[in-house]
Structures are given as C-alpha cells and as structure tokens.
Design a protein around this ligand. Structure first.
Ligand SMILES: [Zn+2]
Length: 60
C-alpha cells in the first residue's frame, strides 16, 4: 500500500492500487509526478477550475 503526502495541505492519504494503475497505465504518469493532492484538495482544485471556466464563457 502506498501513502502519498498532499503537496497542498500535507495530509497523508493512502493511494489505492486502483488509482495507481490508472495513473501509470491511463495517464502514463511518472513515478515522480504521481498524484500529489489529497482527495479534498483535488476536488477543491477541480471546482476552482470549473468556476474559472464558467466565468470565462459567461457573457458580460
Ligand atoms: Zn490536501
């Protein structure tokens, strides 16, 4: 079992084998660039991106 440390908040989180497989086989991720955000920060980041995108396409 692999534990990662979130680079944003420092939380340690178990990295499930299923996600490892996805990272290496689907994303072709490098061992040194593996997922480094915990679940909370990842969803927060995705939400920020979605909001930025929505703001960008909104007519002014
Ligand atoms: Zn985090």
């Amino acid at each position: 079992m692999l534990v990662i440390q979130c680079r944003n908040c420092g939380t340690q989180e178990v990295w499930p084998a299923q996600r490892q497989k996805w990272w290496y086989e689907v994303r072709k991720g490098n061992i040194n660039t593996r997922a480094v955000l915990c679940r909370d920060c990842r969803s927060a980041q995705m939400q920020r991106k979605a909001e930025a995108r929505d703001a960008a396409i909104k007519p002014r």
